[in-house]
Every structure is written in structure tokens, then in C-alpha cells.
Design a protein around this ligand. Structure first.
Ligand SMILES: *[C@@H]1O[C@H](CO)[C@@H](O)[C@H](O)[C@H]1NC(C)=O
Ligand SMILES: *[C@@H]1O[C@H](CO)[C@@H](O)[C@H](O)[C@H]1NC(C)=O
Length: 443
């Protein structure tokens, strides 16, 4: 079952509304393609169209030989060509404008449960030749649905932009964030972070090499811009920032065009928090007390998006309503709505902002920061003050969800303090990460 796709690109005049005309402008035939893939692309485009940084989709038709897709014609050329025409790099201010638009559309896709899987400067077009014309994401041919707790495994994308975990065949929306990191790197310095002559050489670099920030122009760029790129190009996808977090990063925060959307990562973390033991929850509360102002700013945005009541409390039902308000058909097809329904059906009291921070803090991301040691040590001090208590080795093993086959007395002896039987610093850090056995039961 193989067909061809014809992209019919239309120019719709918006300037003259009375005499609105849409003229068929251009046709492009791609190579034959599997019909299921095209149908998925159409479904995704139909659901997502309307975002200002996404190519407009008008309609699609199918006859015996072809699929016809009627879409907006963008005449401003590829982002790649603009980069090249500027001699390779953008000023920080101009790079920000590009990044905000990319993150805006990608955060929207991710919330809907769609991963693009082929983000690169060739897949962003300027809608017209004017200087400030909006950037539009195109080509959702490799896009797919992904549920928040699901991992995809097919290797797709373009070598220079592919994330390490895609090469390891286990990935989700974070893979797009890596590609955005590569684009940001190129925008700011004009060269690729991972380069080799052969495809296998590029893959090796993606998996093993650290991108350089030593050569010009990096030393003259702001430390915020470097931190931003590094947080996207983190090889550990659990430590990489999400699109909503990238929009809240100090490099972009405060820019007039930034609008921070809901982040599905919050839902994943809140779910894990609710399913954790009360001991782990108090460890997370201690960690949340060490958060810095930018970290709190992002959490504050997320909290407000969930719409707290007048006294500043949110319920799990609020979490669901906040997502439902923004749901498209893609959110049903990706089963993000099902996931959110599961979260909102858990039993838990309402959250104030302080507890929300404890619930929505990502231990992995914090651990990826240079200041992790300080966070962990200060958190342990807080925990000592109001949470640490003697614990039996068997109880700790069950807290951490260790299987009975683990020789717990050997493994856990350093995690409990010999003097008083309370958690040691090591045990505390392990607990922060831990999946409790209760969570394992519920899953
Ligand atoms: C908000 O929720 C909290 C917790 O359920 C409740 O105690 C408080 O009365 C509510 N405030 C308002 C204004 O509804
Ligand atoms: C979500 O919906 C609200 C209200 O309809 C809207 O203002 C907001 O821009 C939407 N956010 C996203 C990320 O779509």
C-alpha cells in the first residue's frame, strides 16, 4: 500500500479581507510513502493547526493514486538559509526571538503528546521575506504520538540533530529538546556541536563527545546563553530541560514574547510524589526548601496555570481541568488525556504552593546542576531538623522498592547512621531518587 503525497501550498491573502482569495501556488511531490504514515501526519496537522508557529493546514484529500495536502505557503525561506546568509551566526537578541518561537510551538506539541522527531533548521520556514515574519514549523512526516510514561524505540530523524537516547532506542519528547539544543548552538556560534565526516562518526560524537564552549564566540557570549544550551544538550534526558522550562530559563525569561505553557513533566512528578511514601515526601519537602529564585519562578508559573483557589490551593481536579482547557484531538490520540485522568483520580489532599514545589521538583535535573552538592547538603540539614528518624534496614529496603533478592544488609549499611539508626546523608540522597514499594504496587 504505497501512495504519493502531493503538497498543495496555498497563499491566502489576509491583507484584503473583503476580497479574500486563496490561490494555489505550488505543488511538490515527494517520494512514495506508506499510507499509514501520511494519514498520521494529516491527523496530527489537522489537530494542531492554529498555533502561530505551525504551518497552517487547510485540508487533505485522497484518491486512488495520491494524498493531497493543502497547506500554507511560506515564502520567507528556511531558517538554515537565514543563518547562512548572516555569515553563520545570530546575535543573542535575534537568536532569542527564534528560540522563543521554536519553543512555543514545540511546548504546544509536547503538551498535546506529539513528538516532532525531526527538528532542524531546514524544518522551520519564515512565513514571508519580511524581517520579523513568524517562523513556522513544518514537516510532521516523522512525528508520532507519545504518552507521558511511554518510550518510543524507532530510530528516526537527522544525524546532526539526533538525541543520544534515540540511538539507544528509548525516548520521549526530551529527544526534541536535544535537537533544539543543537539548533541553539548553531544559531549562537555558527558551527555544529557534533560533527564528523561519516554518519557513524556523528553518532559516536553525539553519544560520547562534549560540545565545546571554549572557542570564539562562546567566551564573549552571556553565561545565561551558555547555560541554556548546556541544559538542552545534556546527554541524560532526565536532566535535560523541557520546552516549558526552557521558556522559563533566565536567558529568555522576561522577554516580551515569552508565554509559559503547562508542562507535562509537572504531572509526571506530581504523580510520582503522590505515590511515594511519607518519608520520601518529607525528603522532597526538605529539598524544595533549597530552590533558587529562577527555579521557583518556573514552579510558580506552573502553579498559577493550574488555577489555585483564592486561598492558594490546587486540587488534582484542577490539574485535569487545566489540561482539558488546552486539549486538541491530538491529546486524545496520544492518550495524554487518559494519563491526566489517572493522575486526577488518585487520592490526595490539596496542595499549597510549598507542597506543590516539593511534588514538582525534579531530583534528576537538580542533580545535573553544579550546585547539586549544596542543595543536597542543605536539604539534609532541613531533613535532620524535622524529619529524620530511626529506621529499620528492612523498612528502608521497602521504602526504596528494593527486591527481596538484594542483600540489603550489605547494600544498605552505609545508608543508615550507626550512631542513632537514622538515615545517613547517602541514604537521604538515595531516598530522594527512590521509587517506593508503594509506588511500585500502584503502578
Ligand atoms: C481553597 O482550598 C482550601 C483547601 O481545600 C480550603 O481550605 C479553602 O477554604 C479554599 N479557599 C477558597 C477561597 O475556596
Ligand atoms: C490554553 O488555554 C488558555 C485558555 O483557553 C489559553 O489562554 C492558552 O494560551 C492556552 N495555552 C496553550 C499552551 O495552548
Amino acid at each position: 500500500m504505497v501512495k504519493s503525497v502531493l503538497y498543495l501550498l496555498c497563499m491566502v491573502s489576509v491583507k484584503n479581507v473583503k476580497n479574500r482569495s486563496s490561490s494555489l501556488f505550488y505543488m511538490q511531490m515527494t517520494t512514495p510513502i506508506a499510507i499509514e504514515d501520511v494519514r498520521r501526519e494529516v491527523k496530527i496537522l489537522r489537530a494542531l493547526t492554529g498555533h502561530k508557529n505551525l504551518v497552517k493546514f487547510y485540508n487533505a484529500y485522497e484518491d486512488e493514486d495520491n494524498v493531497y495536502m493543502v497547506m500554507e505557503l511560506c515564502t520567507g525561506g528556511e531558517l538554515l538559509d537565514r543563518i547562512l546568509s548572516r555569515g553563520g551566526k545570530y546575535s543573542e537578541e535575534d537568536a532569542k526571538v527564534v528560540m522563543i518561537q521554536i519553543l512555543s510551538v514545540v511546548s504546544y506539541c509536547h503538551l498535546q503528546g506529539v513528538v516532532h522527531r525531526d527538528l532542524k533548521p531546514e524544518n522551520f520556514l519564515f512565513s514571508s521575506k519580511e524581517d520579523h515574519s513568524p517562523l513556522k514549523a513544518i514537516d510532521f512526516g516523522l512525528s508520532d504520538y507519545v504518552k507521558p510514561d511511554e518510550r518510543l524505540n524507532d530510530i528516526v530523524g537527522s544525524a546532526y540533530y539526533v538525541a543520544p537516547e534515540v540511538l539507544h532506542r528509548s525516548y520521549g519528547t526530551e529527544a526534541d529538546m536535544w535537537s533544539i539544543g543543537v539548533i541553539a548552538y548553531i544559531l549562537l556560534c555558527g558551527s555544529r556541536p557534533f560533527w564528523a565526516r561519516t554518519e557513524s562518526g556523528i553518532f559516536r560524537a553525539v553519544l560520547k563527545a562534549e560540545p565545546s564552549f571554549d572557542e570564539a564566540p562562546w567566551p564573549s557570549l552571556s553565561s545565561d546563553s551558555i547555560d541554556f544550551v548546556k541544559k538542552l544538550l545534556n546527554k541524560d534526558y532526565r536532566r535535560r530541560i523541557t520546552a516549558a522550562q526552557a521558556l522559563s530559563h533566565p536567558w529568555l525569561a522576561g522577554h516580551q514574547d515569552v508565554k509559559i505553557p503547562l508542562d507535562m513533566l509537572t504531572y509526571k512528578l506530581v504523580k510520582a510524589y503522590i505515590c511515594s511514601s511519607s518519608l520520601r515526601r518529607s525528603a522532597l519537602a526538605a529539598l524544595a526548601k533549597t530552590l533558587t529564585i529562577p527555579q521557583l519562578a518556573y514552579l510558580r508559573e506552573q502553579f498559577i496555570l493550574v488555577a489555585p483557589n483564592k486561598s492558594g490551593f490546587i486540587s488534582l481536579h484542577n490539574l485535569k481541568t487545566a489540561v482539558a482547557k488546552n486539549s486538541t484531538d491530538a491529546m486524545k490520540d496520544s492518550r495524554v488525556l487518559d494519563y491526566v485522568n489517572v493522575v486526577s483520580s488518585l487520592q490526595y489532599k490539596k496542595f499549597d504552593f510549598e507542597e506543590f514545589c516539593a511534588a514538582a521538583i525534579s531530583v534528576h535535573q537538580l542533580e545535573g546542576m553544579e550546585s547539586w552538592e549544596q542543595h543536597a547538603c542543605r536539604a539534609y540539614e532541613f531533613f535532620e531538623k524535622d524529619g529524620n528518624r530511626p529506621i529499620m534496614i528492612e523498612e528502608l529496603a521497602s521504602e526504596l522498592g528494593l527486591s527481596p533478592s538484594v542483600p540489603i544488609h550489605v547494600v544498605l549499611q552505609d545508608w543508615i547512621r550507626h550512631s542513632d539508626g537514622c538515615l545517613s546523608f547517602l541514604g537521604f540522597v538515595r531516598l530522594l531518587h527512590g521509587v517506593s514499594s508503594r509506588a511500585a504496587h500502584k503502578a
